[in-house]
Ligand binder design. Sequence first.
Ligand code: AMP
Length: 216
Amino acid sequence: MRILVLLGPPGAGKGTQAKRLEKAYGIVQLSTGDMLRAAVASGSALGQQAKDVMDAGRLMPDDIMTKIISDRVEQPDCANGFILDGFPRTRAQAEALDALLDGKGLALDKVIELKVVEQALVERISGRFACANCGAGYHDTFQPPKTPGVCDVCGSTEFKRRADDTAETVRARLAAYREQTAPILPYYRDKGILVEVDGMADIDEVTRQIEQLLNG
Ligand code: AMP
């Protein structure tokens, strides 16, 4: 069973790479951001809270996020393993994850840090969008659909942009990463499971680097 964490600031390419690893290794992507966006769309109480927090570029409380992940990993599709995309985001979440896995006799294989230059991220994030039907990710400049306005994967002509991908919210999200998430890198480095990948390389090259680290 393979259990991976993708770490890196918003716009580093975690979601893009997680989707590729999902296919390559037959393990499921667990994106806490996607789970919260689904809660917002459903109009639940959790969704209302998540909307306010996400729009402000802040983080949701640790206990709520830990509960979401501990419930999610019980699902049958996690039996082969999973890639955590967006969790953990704080030291408390990292420790809760270890306790959760430990209780199941499991452990993290690798934590993959996507290293990027922060100045590049605002442009990356503000240009991104996704197919409203299948979720395939695109970028206005770096990865437009082959036929403008048509999804390469499923042919849909409907696209969506994230509500929190605005320049102002991105700055708050980057600050949250610097202050609350980056401090967990030494935690994993000390355990000897942190590996670093150049997230500024092109998408295929990043995938190649990750696969090399996982297969090596
Ligand atoms: P993402 O799609 O990973 O960029 O997450 C979007 C937003 O969801 C973040 O800016 C946070 O507000 C919230 N969020 C996602 N995952 C977490 C987490 N593990 N802890 C706290 N907040 C989270």
